[in-house]
Design a protein around this ligand. Structure first.
Ligand SMILES: *[C@@H]1O[C@H](CO)[C@@H](O)[C@H](O)[C@H]1NC(C)=O
Ligand SMILES: *[C@@H]1O[C@H](CO)[C@@H](O)[C@H](O)[C@H]1NC(C)=O
Ligand SMILES: *[C@@H]1O[C@H](CO)[C@@H](O)[C@H](O)[C@H]1NC(C)=O
Ligand SMILES: *[C@@H]1O[C@H](CO)[C@@H](O)[C@H](O)[C@H]1NC(C)=O
Length: 375
């Protein structure tokens, strides 16, 4: 009875959420009220639309540069770490803007913004991480390097600082998600969760400094996303699998890792509060990826996902979560599930297009009132 009640109210919640998301008139472009004319993105593989695969041989030869990455939407690899579109693509669609081109695509059209995000990148610089014995194996394009690229870009399109501020007053800035890899690398290089917690203040300071820098360039509307509940992802469920049932929560996610993600997110939200005090003319909004993802997992069956494989990689093989670090998506012989549309996890690390689509819907609903766009 109690379960039926919970399930039923969750169902109602989902239904009312859809109604809220799609009022009869302005459904397809809910962000249009904000009149954004461009989007600038900093971040990692959650939002890279093609930088890593262009920036170095490491990227060009990575699995992200090949099918099955991209199979659903583009029918070709674009450098997006998913089967199709990412949250930044759905944000652009909701704002009525074209998809963001990657900065590394020098021939691209940047009139509606630029994507500086690089898959595998970190919030702290590679050398700061190296000093902590944490190796960043994929790219050196950490947050600071991305900000330097952003600075050169604005230098090439603005005449003066005032001109830049004028050009950017209708821009949306996404500072993250970033920092997740700092923790991923540390944890998979055998640092304990307690050790990793000690670097959280530094990671958050790097993100805070990045927000200060973009506001310095003229940003007035900034979203700063937090980390995912990483203890729910197949890569962590596999790497930190244990027979101790007390290590798992009611969604079968690993408590300790979700606790670390919340620890980061709490620090980040405090930093955002300080940034608001320091920058009264900017609107700085927290992007709650943590709760957006948990909402999706809790409501997966009602949203059309295959309930039995919410924690299994669609593209992957081995173990209880169809994931193996030694044989990941894109490696020879790794199977891809026939229907990624009803799957949450794409490759055990990143989500499917469908999951990103639902998460973006939740996020827009959460963020929109905070931007005071006036409907
Ligand atoms: C697929 O993408 C690659 C770059 O990742 C590009 O070289 C190739 O031309 C694309 N193929 C098609 C059919 O669009
Ligand atoms: C990062 O920079 C170091 C030092 O310049 C270099 O040796 C390394 O190859 C770079 N890493 C990547 C992935 O490009
Ligand atoms: C859990 O227990 C089983 C049976 O005792 C054992 O084979 C397995 O290796 C254990 N798994 C982990 C992750 O400790
Ligand atoms: C897991 O992967 C195996 C192949 O390694 C596949 O046969 C199976 O259908 C997959 N299960 C799910 C739920 O994706």
């Amino acid at each position: 009875m109690a379960t039926t009640g919970v399930v039923f109210s969750a169902f109602l919640l989902v239904i009312s959420f859809f109604l809220l998301l799609s009022p009869p008139s302005c459904d397809a472009h809910p962000l249009k009220a904000c009149m954004f004319d461009s989007i600038y993105q900093l971040g990692d593989s959650i939002s890279d639309t093609g930088n890593l695969i262009r920036e170095s041989p490491v990227g060009a030869t990575s699995a992200f540069a090949r099918l099955p990455y991209g199979e659903t939407f583009f029918k070709n690899a674009t450098g997006r770490c998913s089967d199709g579109l990412l949250m930044i693509d759905y944000l652009a669609l909701a704002a009525g803007l074209p998809f963001l081109n990657p900065y590394q695509n020098i021939d691209a059209d940047f009139r509606h913004g630029v994507n500086f995000a690089v898959a595998g990148s970190t919030a702290l610089t590679t050398s700061v991480l190296a000093d902590m014995n944490i190796l960043s194996p994929v790219t050196n394009s950490s947050l600071n390097v991305q900000l330097d690229s952003m600075f050169s870009h604005f230098n090439s399109v603005c005449y003066t600082e005032t001109d830049c501020a004028e050009k950017l007053k209708r821009a949306l800035f996404m500072v993250g998600e970033i920092g997740g890899n700092d923790y991923n690398y540390a944890l998979f290089q055998r640092k304990t969760i307690e050790e990793v917690k000690t670097i959280v203040p530094e990671v958050v300071q790097a993100i805070k400094d990045a927000v200060t820098r973009v506001i310095g360039y003229g940003a007035v509307r900034v979203v700063v996303p937090g980390n995912f509940p990483i203890g729910c992802l197949p890569i962590y469920l596999t790497g930190f699998q244990t027979n101790n049932s007390a290590a798992y929560d009611e969604l079968h996610c690993l408590n300790g890792l979700n606790d670390l993600a919340r620890y980061h997110n709490d620090h980040l939200q405090k930093a955002i509060e300080e940034l608001r005090q320091e920058n009264p003319n900017a609107l700085i909004v927290y992007g709650d990826y943590y709760n957006a993802f948990l909402w999706l997992v809790r409501n997966a069956p009602f949203l059309g996902f295959d309930a039995a494989s919410v924690q299994k990689a669609c593209c992957g093989t081995g173990g209880d979560y169809n994931f193996s670090l030694a044989k990941m998506c894109g490696a020879p012989g790794v199977p891809v599930c026939p229907n990624p549309y009803n799957r949450v996890s794409w490759d055990g690390i990143h989500l499917t297009q469908t999951a990103y689509k639902f998460m973006t819907g939740w996020l827009i609903h959460d963020i929109l009132p905070k931007f005071q766009c006036g409907v």
